[in-house]
Design a protein around this ligand. Structure first.
Ligand code: NAD
Length: 436
């Protein structure tokens, strides 16, 4: 199929490269010239396992190209996947500004389309957004009627950063919300042959299904981390406890998101929990459990800061900065938040994160760091050794092998384990070890 992908961020560039890898002809569109330039040069604009090689391969074969020209992309494709960001607005609600803008541009380009084109929203958005907000924009800009002049579908993305290429080819499920059967058929054809159940559902059900996932992930992480904190206080290995809990086949609980570790973050769980709770309150629905997932998460951050303060030392090394290993994504990273609190209290900080340094060198997140985190960008070290040389206290914020393998055995450092290493790994790190 001929496909346009709008937004070459974490979701868009992975979708574009993977679809091109499956033999489709893909045009990636982004307003950010750095991302368009990177893809044109065969380089992925994000750090992710396998995405670099895959992008290079599909760009070289001509299956993927990039542009900033919306009209040209629409003219040369039969289906568009919209993967632009939907960040939190200041009041916690979901911002649809990027979605509205790209939808209007696509609508205008549809005017000149002779063949039926299907517009597919992959961005996470609250129920009602597609039919009540975006379809009217498309209809107004194109002068056409949805379901007649063009198709519309919602196809939420369930990938996890760090393993997104693998998740694309082995999706847990495929959810297709469709305005009419031909729209759903067009989406289903994109993924034909991939494993996992396919759910063809009304559009608002597809929109809400993504929130069910992210709210439950946040709840599971909060649950595992609170148990982890209690276990630590009682001198127990929380991983042993969770191994027993998860082994109960009758409960059939997936271990995903149930391993005690640090606070969660990233561009999805916090903003989607916030957006869902905001929507519930607007609808006068009281949701005490969901409303307390983010405050529970915040507790782990507060506890981490307290542990550093209690050491009485001022020279701190932080290992890890992105929101989890395997990605360079810094959005709503709890480690960024912790670093800022430490800086705010005058700690002398150095940071090491291999993925963040790599992507900064490529120019992919240089602008993000320079515009939003210049105070942290200048503290990024080039190696683990550089941080160890500087610090008295080392915060282990990542389970990346490049960090865990290089941690000192004893010596002058106090190691503060933010990731709740299992007991077996803790012994490796020896004296001066403090758990969360
Ligand atoms: P992102 O910020 O990494 O990427 C969005 C891209 O869209 C940016 O490159 C931006 O320049 C581009 N863009 C903005 N306006 C545009 C326009 N008018 N035309 C073309 N491009 C435009 O965002 P992301 O992390 O890829 O997330 C995208 C959506 O997918 C969000 O709704 C998110 O909630 C959802 N999602 C994200 C993940 C994830 O793990 N990151 C997983 C599932 C779903």
């Amino acid at each position: 199929m001929k496909i346009s992908v709008f937004g070459l961020g974490y979701v868009g560039c992975v979708s574009a490269a993977c679809l091109a890898g499956r033999g489709h002809q893909v045009i990636g569109v982004d307003v950010n010239p750095v991302k368009v330039g990177l893809v044109r040069g065969g380089r992925a604009p994000v750090v992710e396992e396998r995405i670099g090689e895959l992008t290079e391969q599909v760009v070289r074969s001509g299956a993927l190209r990039a542009t900033d020209d919306v009209a040209e992309a629409i003219a040369h494709s039969e289906i568009s996947l919209i993967c632009v960001g939907t960040p939190s607005a200041p009041n916690g609600s979901l911002s649809t500004a990027y979605l509205e803008r790209v939808t209007e541009q696509i609508g205008a380009a549809l005017k000149d389309k002779v063949d039926r084109h299907t517009v597919v929203f992959r961005s996470t958005m609250l129920p009602g957004t597609c039919l009540e907000l975006l379809v009217p924009i498309l209809e107004k800009a194109s002068g056409l009627t949805a379901g007649v002049g063009f198709g519309v579908a919602v196809n939420p993305e369930f990938l996890r950063e760090g393993t997104s290429v693998k998740d694309f080819f082995e999706p847990p499920k495929t959810v297709i919300g469709e305005i009419d059967p031909p729209s759903g058929d067009a989406v289903a054809a994109l993924y034909e042959g991939l494993p996992g159940d396919v759910f063809r559902v009304p559009i608002p059900v597809a929109e809400m299904a993504k929130y069910a996932d992210n709210a439950f992930h946040g709840l599971k992480i909060g649950f595992a981390n609170e148990l982890g904190a209690i276990c630590h206080a009682l001198g127990l290995d929380s991983h042993r406890v969770m191994d027993v809990f998860l082994a109960d086949r009758k409960l059939n609980i997936s271990p995903a998101y149930l391993r005690p570790g640090f606070a969660f973050g990233g561009s999805c769980l916090p903003k989607d929990l916030r957006g869902l709770v905001h929507a519930a309150h607007r609808a006068d629905v009281s949701v005490p459990i969901l409303a307390h997932v983010l405050p529970s998460n915040e507790e782990h951050l507060r506890r981490a800061f307290e542990l550093v303060a209690r050491t009485g030392k001022r020279k701190v090394g932080l290992f890890g900065l992105s929101f989890k290993p395997g990605t360079d994504d810094l959005r709503e990273s709890p480690l960024v938040e912790l670093a800022e609190r430490l800086l705010g209290k005058g700690y002398d900080l150095r940071i090491y994160d291999a993925n963040v340094s790599l992507s900064r060198l490529m120019g992919a997140n240089r602008e993000y760091i320079e515009s939003r985190l210049p105070h942290l960008g200048q503290l990024l070290a080039g190696s683990v050794a550089e941080v160890l040389e500087h610090a008295d206290v080392c915060l282990v914020g990542s389970t990346d092998p490049s960090v865990l393998g290089a941690l000192p055995h004893g010596g002058k450092h106090i190691l503060i384990d933010l990731v709740r290493l299992p007991d077996a790994d803790v012994r490796r790190t020896e004296q001066g070890y403090v758990g969360l």
